[in-house]
Design a protein around this ligand. Structure first.
Ligand SMILES: [Zn+2]
Length: 315
């Protein structure tokens, strides 16, 4: 049974409308997600150092005081392994297709010194942005492909490499929060089951089917690949401890990640059928991106239609 539902939004979107929607519905989780894409680690750093805008922080505090779980969903690898280490330690960084060490994305997950730096910085980030649920999501950089091709990494899939990094992040988080758990984000290049690396105790599956067709349910043939991945990942990691990170309400995706936001028209039937699909796999927690639905959206289009994703209580 789906026991927990959540929304994942940009930090400056946590306004009165989300506050009231969450308090009057069955949404019990709020994920704070700085804008992804290139340079996302700089936005994570700004959030960790400068915090949220004051009004958003007040709303967040109120939600937490009412029992809403608050988590941070962050593309952070370029922050966890600072890029300015490259001149002195190119071996920490990934080898690209041309055989050159390259600091553009992620790192070399076979380099133990790099992994220790990642773990230390994950501990610091977990202290700066603690999770009220003990579930952390310090992800790799936001790219479809960013693997290392060095001699030690070459035989590891993108998923194996992502899991090695998630394990290192988990070890760091546990230094700050002994109950902390870390996401394995099954997303883009890392959407298939890892074959050669084992998740350490405390890793949970976060399944984000970026490449699915949102116009039809997961059971449709056009979503066969995403459906197969979901099944295999759920079996490998255990769905009951994991969560889904869907795009049902991701108006940033529908708007092409460009403002002004377009009008979101979610399909209640697809959402209902997909919730049933994830339930059938054993997931108990489902969240969805719900970005580009903040105050600027409301000024243009009125209160967002959540497509039946949230069930509102009778007043
Ligand atoms: Zn490597």
């Amino acid at each position: 049974m789906i026991e927990e539902k959540g929304v994942v939004v940009h930090p400056d979107e946590i306004g009165a409308t989300w506050r009231e929607s969450i308090l009057s519905s069955d949404i019990h989780l709020l994920g704070v997600h700085p804008v992804g894409g290139k340079g996302s680690h700089e936005r994570v750093k700004a959030l960790a150092v400068g915090g949220l805008p004051a009004e958003c922080q007040r709303n967040l505090n109120l939600l937490m005081s009412r029992g809403v779980g608050v988590e941070y969903e962050l593309h952070a690898m370029s922050l966890l392994l600072p890029r300015d280490l490259f001149p002195a330690h190119p071996e920490y960084f990934r080898m690209d297709d041309q055989g050159r060490r390259n600091p553009d994305l992620n790192c070399c997950p076979s380099n133990r010194d790099a992994l220790e730096i990642v773990a230390e910085n994950a501990a610091a980030l977990a202290k700066a942005l603690p999770s009220s649920t003990h579930r952390y999501a310090f992800w790799l950089d936001d790219a479809r492909e960013g693997t290392c091709r060095c001699r030690d990494c070459r035989s590891l899939s993108a998923s194996d490499q992502a899991l090695l990094l998630s394990n290192a992040v988990l070890r760091g988080i546990r230094r700050a929060d002994p109950q902390g758990r870390e996401s394995y984000l099954a997303y883009c290049g890392a959407s298939e089951v890892p074959r050669r690396v084992t998740p350490e105790d405390g890793i949970y599956l976060e399944y984000a089917p970026f490449d699915r067709d949102q116009a039809v349910p997961m059971t449709h043939e056009r979503n066969a690949a995403s459906r197969r991945n979901a099944r295999e990942l759920a079996a490998f990691f255990g769905a009951g401890k994991g969560k889904v990170l869907e795009y049902f309400l991701d108006n940033s995706k529908y708007s092409g990640w460009v403002k002004p936001p377009k009008k979101l028209v979610p399909d209640p039937e697809v959402i209902a059928r997909d919730l049933a699909f994830y339930d059938s796999l054993g997931f108990r927690t489902v969240t969805t991106f719900a970005c580009f639905l903040g105050p600027d959206y409301e000024a243009l289009w009125g209160k967002p239609d959540l497509g039946g994703y949230a069930v509102f209580r009778q007043r």
